[in-house]
Design a protein around this ligand. Structure first.
Ligand code: ADP
Ligand code: MG
Length: 486
């Protein structure tokens, strides 16, 4: 199937072609026809599967292009507002359709001005509700979209959304898009939408399958060194490093720039202008590494992000999915690396359970040490070590007992071992054997921990952390029963 199938207006088809879209993604193929027909649609598809175009394209097709605001899209964050608005601009500009954004943290006046010449408004809930209740804007959109609904609700916007909808009585069509459809989202859909059509797509998507996921076991104090080592080895493309807090973000960015990396930081406390500038810089390749918090990173869409590194494991599993969705975008491949301390083992397991992801253990790569450096270190050893009489005696006895070793052969082997130990000295993190041991002890002791739903699988060996039973829903995504009811 191609986009021609939908028989969009020539100007819209042209814009789609220019954007380089050839084949509709699964959610687009399923959602576009009923939206064109006027149905209220709830669409679920994973992050990075093209949900924006799934509603933007049919709405642009249907919009008359008249002066007033015809489409309102509500999104959870400022970044997403900009991104969705850009998408409307990309596809709508030849149709003469303009879009404007509304979000907090900037002055009211220019925002209000810009909505006056727009037909599409993309807004975050808080500021939008402010403007509506303060009667600062008067809009009566025909089409209303709630984008990333699960995220919006988990950010606590449910009341705002209910209140916003009081101002939207005249709407003709309501759409909702979300990476997951938990019960709260379903309930909201039922209160806001008449006879909604649910559309779901298979797990196979543009994202997770393309992202190789690894975890590394380190001690708390090794985190910085581990991160630096990961950034030093392999890949020279763009990387995003995720931290938990604004403070941590700033500190990690400082540490990295101190090591000579080109790095920028992004967090929720920055004003919009600053954030836009930073993203531009990163997008253009001015900085190779972006250090960010979850909130700031929501909706970041940058091509060519080769890997995502979780400096800290995220608080909640959905964030994990969103984070790794920043790499492996469109048709590219990506790598996701997560630093985990023995204490965080439980959290790692929860993430695997809830997202159905498989993270493979990998050891932090060793520092490559040059031949010259080895010679230098060996010389140090030779200068400082004075053989004792005992050692000489040991050598003689050993050689006479093991006639297959010549003196030279023995020397070579010991030398080999010494040189390798130089490499080991800079080692960071746990080895595969240590991980296995930890995994086993976790299996035994951990069975009493509350986060552990299954008992009594003692002494088994696992490459990755053992996973408890999951409920498989259709052939789609794997989620445990408690967060997803049919
Ligand atoms: P989601 O909202 O599902 O997380 P987005 O709408 O942000 O995903 O889309 C992810 C990326 O995929 C964007 O860069 C978008 O331009 C691109 N994309 C979307 N649909 C297609 C398509 N049919 N062909 C190629 N790229 C696409
Ligand atoms: Mg989206």
């Amino acid at each position: 199937m191609t986009f021609q199938h939908f028989q969009f207006k020539p100007k819209l088809s042209f814009a789609i072609k220019r954007a380089g879209f050839q084949v509709p993604s699964p959610i687009q193929a399923k959602a576009i026809p009923p939206i064109l027909e006027g149905r209220n649609v709830v669409g679920q598809a994973h992050t990075g599967t093209g949900k924006t175009a799934a509603f933007a394209l049919p709405l642009l097709e249907k919009m008359s292009g008249d002066k007033a605001v015809e489409t309102l899209v509500i999104v959870p964050t400022r970044e997403l507002a900009t991104q969705v608005s850009d998408e409307f601009y990309k596809f709508g500009r030849h149709l003469g359709i303009r879009s404007a954004t509304i979000y907090g943290g900037v002055s009211y006046r220019s925002q209000i001005e810009r909505t006056k010449s727009a037909q599409v408004i993309v807004a975050t809930p808080g500021r939008l509700l402010d403007l509506l209740t303060g009667e600062k804007i008067h809009i009566q959109p025909r089409f209303v979209v709630l984008d990333e609904a699960d995220e919006m609700l988990s950010m606590g916007f449910i009341e705002d959304i209910r209140n916003i909808f009081r101002f939207l009585e005249k709407r003709e069509q309501t759409l909702m898009f979300s990476a997951t459809i938990p019960e709260v989202v379903r309930e909201l859909a039922h209160t806001l939408m008449e006879d909604p059509l649910y559309i779901r797509t298979e797990r196979e998507s543009l994202t997770t399958k393309q992202v190789k996921q690894f975890y590394y076991l380190v001690e708390e104090h090794e985190r910085d060194r581990a991160l630096i080592r990961l950034l030093e080895t392999s890949s020279s493309g763009k990387s995003i490093v995720f931290c938990r807090t604004k403070k941590e973000t700033e500190r990690v960015a400082d540490v990295l720039s101190g090591q000579g990396f080109s790095v920028v930081a992004l967090h929720g406390d920055m004003d919009q202008y600053e954030r836009t500038q930073i993203m531009k810089h990163f997008r253009r390749g001015g900085a190779r590494i972006l250090v960010a918090t979850d909130v700031a990173a929501r909706g970041i869409d940058v091509r060519g992000v080769e890997r995502v590194i979780n400096y800290h494991i995220p608080f909640d599993p959905e964030s994990y999915v969103h984070r790794i969705g920043r790499t492996g975008r469109a048709q590219n491949k990506g790598v996701a690396m997560t630093l985990v301390t023995p204490h965080e083992f439980v959290e790692l397991q929860r993430i695997q359970e809830l997202t159905g992801s498989q993270l493979r253990f990998e050891r932090i790569p060793r520092r490559r040490i040059s031949g010259k450096e080895k010679v230098h270190q060996l010389r140090e050893v030779l200068n400082t070590e004075k053989p004792t009489r005992e050692t000489r005696h040991f050598l003689d006895t050993f050689l006479s007992k093991h006639p297959r070793f010549t003196r030279e052969e023995l020397l070579l082997r010991l030398l080999e071992k010494t040189l390798r130990s130089f490499e080991e000295e800079g080692a960071i993190g746990k080895t595969f054997e240590e991980m296995k041991k930890l995994s086993q002890s976790y299996e035994e002791e951990g069975s009493s921990a509350q986060a552990r739903p299954q008992r009594g699988r003692r002494g088994r060996h696992h490459d990755s952390i053992p996973k408890p039973k999951l409920t498989k829903i259709g052939s789609s995504r794997i989620v445990p029963r408690k967060i997803f009811r049919k």
